[in-house]
Design a protein around this ligand. Sequence first.
Ligand code: B4P
Length: 189
Amino acid sequence: MRIVILGAPGSGKGTQAAFIKETYQIAHISTGDLLRAHVRNGTPLGLKAKSVMEAGQLVSDELVLGMLADRLAADDTRNGFILDGYPRNLIQVAALDELLASVGQPLDIAVKLTVPFDIIVGRCEIRFKAEGRKDDNPDVVRERLRIYSDQTEPVVAAYRAAGRLVEIDGVGQVAEITQRIQDTLKPYA
Ligand code: B4P
């Protein structure tokens, strides 16, 4: 199974992707987690990404694509993958289609989690207090939501127009949302 999980920052993509990974024994590839690991390890990519991420902006398409191509080449993607945080703009949609076509591994489906922005700001505020992630600061979250509306909503629209999207209500208990996703993914398993 090869899927993309879409949704605004803080909509629960990472939370749900972890369950999908376990259920279907596929690789969970989060571009946010990969970038945060680069920042933590002080790699050249991490040094470039740090201030961009802390300001809630998107890291350059070229850097993220190179990182993603390396990750998709790993052995654990043979059974499939759930891609979380990518694509985030239309350039990344085209780059992903090209990359997956070149390895003969097209996407099965894109899953979108829908959560109202006021709920998202509240969730990120809780995480900001618990973990201190700079991009969870409410002002930065609002900027991330602005960028989402501007750059990532067109991605959602493109998958919808191509008949490649399923939309799931992302409000409720984590387990309820996991169940909704699993019911939706049954035909693709
Ligand atoms: P991400 O890592 O993708 O953002 P995220 O806030 O972690 O979103 P996610 O939707 O995964 O939320 P989560 O499950 O954690 O991106 C971070 C940054 O990396 C970007 O701003 C950008 O700079 C850079 N980046 C990443 N990919 C990029 C790309 N492709 N191109 C360019 N730049 C890129 O959930 C959020 C919180 O809600 C958690 O605390 C969770 O516990 C809670 N939660 C989840 N589900 C809940 C529920 N049902 N009820 C209550 N709380 C819930």
